[in-house]
Design a binder for this molecule. Sequence first.
Ligand SMILES: [Zn+2]
Length: 297
Amino acid sequence: MIRRMASIGRFAPSPTGPLHFGSLVAALGSWLCAHADGGVWRVRIEDLDPPREPAGSDREILDQLAALGLAGNGETLYQSTRHQAYAVALARLAADGAAYPCACSRSDLEPFAGVHPEICVRDHAPGLPAAWRLRVPAGSVIGFDDALQGPQRQDVATAVGDFVLRRADGFWSYQLAMVVDDAWQGITEVVRGADLLDSTPRQILLQRALGLPTPRYLHLPVATDAEGRKLSKSSGDRPLGAAPLTSLRAALAFLDLTEAAAAPAAAPAALLDAARASFCRSSLPQVAARVAPRDFA
Ligand SMILES: [Zn+2]
């Protein structure tokens, strides 16, 4: 029997509102993958976009996780404390010639279907604000084997092109911050919703450019409403209202862990223990999306 290396997993919500069913599925799935291997599970608050973050949302999410029995190991990492690390990573890419300043506007890129051309449309006047982009050379084809969704492949140069690492207003991109922090926290397996499948090749490209290891990936089905729209905090979908035990059972059933969902347990911790004991990645549904139970959508 091959023993798996103990995983270091993570759940990384942005504090834009309370957890809803879709984020519970991602939290639970990543918690199970990490703990089933005897590993650890870290919580990271991705608070890099203050205008979209109502005050106290981080606390609310952490309280919800605690009530669900899903407490992170070690301290919660706040991305707002990590600007220096992102700046160091960007400086390294710039020194390598892998990143460049860009003053092109969204409308400048419209004739190119949003994909940045090889040379900037608009000159960057030194001293004026500019975004920073990663140079994605032609032929940057990235493939990876997702543990649930199977083999994936993307030509990043044609699908996305040179992508933004830091916006002109100084905000760090999700891609750069995430890659730097996954490495910093020693994450070995990224478990999250399948809506992020197509940004994974960009992250792998960045890991390579920064000399960082690439973790394993497992993308869980995204929870949708009956019309197939992804549940999201920002579109005002219903936050988790049910009792923690009821929510956990629904999320386990959503992940086809039906035996665990029905296990006798009087509290979240006992239910999670039972689910961890019987958990196996191959039981997870190999689909990219699935409708959430009616009470949670
Ligand atoms: Zn440009």
